[in-house]
Design a protein around this ligand. Structure first.
Ligand SMILES: [Zn+2]
Length: 220
């Protein structure tokens, strides 16, 4: 998970949000299930989904996998619409997620919010394993199953590539080339397009600090 920033609200939401919300709340009050069903899915518009995909660089907001390579991906309500139906069409409450994370999150609240929370306060990587630093972090990892086998396998492969690149940089005798390699790697991650950026930055931070922490350990 990485920090995400809201882009501008799409036109269809801006124009219809108040009307759609009022209609849905009336349908809920009347208790007609068919009516509720037909009213609650109106956020599912192409312009909404496209803007959310742009926001997350087509990655799942929770597991950071590139969703659109293999699936259409889903519009996800950060605060579940079952708990807060009045937020069903609220732009700030929408994001883009893979089917697996969306399904596992279901109607649960108390998940780390990539738009609001400081990710590094709640979550950290040890190699390719994601761990929680706080109760909300641990709950997020467990509830969304963020160390599921296919994720761990994919992250392990990509961490291997980063490890090879860092070793190449470390062993490059030409200082100017060394700088170019590390800048290229940083620029690639800064674009936020690659998968699993938080894990990759953690590996790079470890590489950069290795000598310092190693020396400190030896002094003790
Ligand atoms: Zn996901």
């Amino acid at each position: 998970m990485i920090k995400l920033k809201k882009l501008d609200q799409p036109a269809s939401l801006k124009q219809n949000k108040a009307k759609w919300t009022a209609e849905l709340l009336t349908a809920i009050e009347n208790g007609n299930k068919n009516d509720i069903r037909s009213k609650k899915n109106k956020y599912n518009r192409p312009d909404v989904k496209e803007q959310l995909k742009a926001e997350t660089k087509e990655k799942c907001a929770y597991c950071e996998s590139k969703v659109t390579v293999v699936a259409h991906g889903e519009i996800e309500h950060i605060t579940p619409k079952s708990a807060r139906p009045e937020l069903t069409f609220e732009w700030e409450n929408l994001t883009f997620a893979c089917q697996k994370c969306n399904g596992k999150k279901s109607d649960k609240e108390g998940i780390v919010d990539p738009y609001v929370d400081l990710i590094e306060e709640h979550l950290f990587f040890v190699g390719h394993f994601l761990r929680g630093k706080t109760e909300i972090g641990r709950f997020t990892v467990m509830q969304l199953d963020l160390n599921r086998a296919e994720l761990v396998g994919d992250r392990s492969d990509q961490l291997g590539v980063i490890a090879d690149t860092l070793e190449k940089i470390a062993n490059e005798p030409n200082v100017r080339l060394k700088k170019l390699y590390i800048n290229a790697l940083s620029d690639d991650l800064d674009s936020c397009k690659p998968e699993y950026i938080y894990m990759k930055w953690s590996a790079i931070a470890q590489y950069k600090n290795y000598n310092v922490s190693h020396n400190n350990q030896r002094k003790e």
